[in-house]
Unconditional design. Structure first.
Length: 286
């Protein structure tokens, strides 16, 4: 059983080993397979295709499995590493040790947003963005989006989401106006703090963290480990409130065949949300 630590508590050597394992996955081509998988399942609710990963109830279990597979790939390189989490309510400035030279490197430079520091800077020669749409081969970040400033979510934002009594609500997409899932995933419309929580963090980091290819920035995994931990916290705060929808939706529902109820297996692993509700047999948070 491995422990996922808060990234701020990692030792120098733990950071070094994690970075080395990530770079080895990149070198072998395995890393880019994860980016490609994320692109493949980046389906919007404006499309009719099944939606296991985003704008959907199975946002949490799909990303839990995605992280677990990534973590197993890392552990095949170095059995002593695990994915740490980034609590962006606390480590909420560019001065955080997360962005130091010995860990993920810092912000992009003004001219082209290119990250110039740390192990993932293009000039280091180990981090070429291969799976991309229009952007360049170098990693980009744009902390706080100066042209239209955006802040990281606060403790109060997260606390509000954790109070949601229900896991999710119809119509089970980006427009669901209540429920823990969309409060955290962050599409909730008609509000000044939109985007919220999960989406807002992608927006604050900016650059490569925007859109379908966001796992190109290694901070993706640390961000999603914290999202996963928030799901654990919501579960323990609401022990009687389970995953929704529980039953397969009726054919008359607009979301029929597009969202995954409790026991419907999700691609690409053919694992249902019900098999991913309990993290305790897989890892612990420390
Ligand atoms: Cu995702
Ligand atoms: Cu995300």
């Amino acid at each position: 059983m491995h422990t996922r630590k808060n990234q701020r508590n990692l030792t120098r050597s733990e950071k070094k080993r994690l970075v080395a394992a990530i770079l080895e996955l990149k070198r072998s081509g395995r890393y880019d397979e994860f980016v490609r998988m994320h692109v493949e399942y980046y389906v919007s609710d404006a499309e009719d295709d099944p939606r296991p990963a985003h704008m959907t109830p199975s946002f949490f279990p799909w990303h839990r499995k995605f992280l677990l597979e990534f973590e197993r790939a890392l552990q095949a390189v170095d059995s002593g590493v695990s994915v740490p989490y980034w609590d962006w309510t606390k480590d909420n400035t560019p001065a955080s040790s997360l962005w130091a030279e010995d860990f993920l490197g810092g912000n992009g430079r003004a001219r082209d947003r290119q990250v110039m520091t740390g192990p993932f800077a293009y000039a280091q020669g180990n981090w070429r963005i291969n799976v991309r749409v229009t952007s360049g081969a170098f990693l980009t970040r744009n902390f706080g989006r100066p042209s239209d400033p955006i802040s990281l979510p606060t403790k109060a934002n997260v606390a509000k989401a954790l109070r949601a009594p229900l896991y999710d609500a119809a119509p089970w997409d980006s427009t669901s106006s209540s429920g823990f899932r969309n409060e955290i995933e962050g599409w909730v419309a008609g509000s000044v703090d939109r985007p919220r929580n999960h989406n807002r963090v992608h927006g604050w980091v900016g650059g490569a963290m925007l859109g379908a290819t966001s796992p190109n920035d290694p901070v993706f995994w640390l961000h999603h480990a914290y999202i996963d931990l928030l799901w654990v916290r919501w579960q323990s705060a609401h022990p009687r409130a389970g995953y929704l929808p529980r039953k397969k939706l009726p054919e008359t529902d607009r979301q029929y065949g597009r969202v995954f109820s409790l026991d419907e297996p999700m691609p690409p692993w053919n694992v249902a949300p019900s098999a991913l509700l309990d993290h305790k047999s897989l890892y612990r948070y420390g």
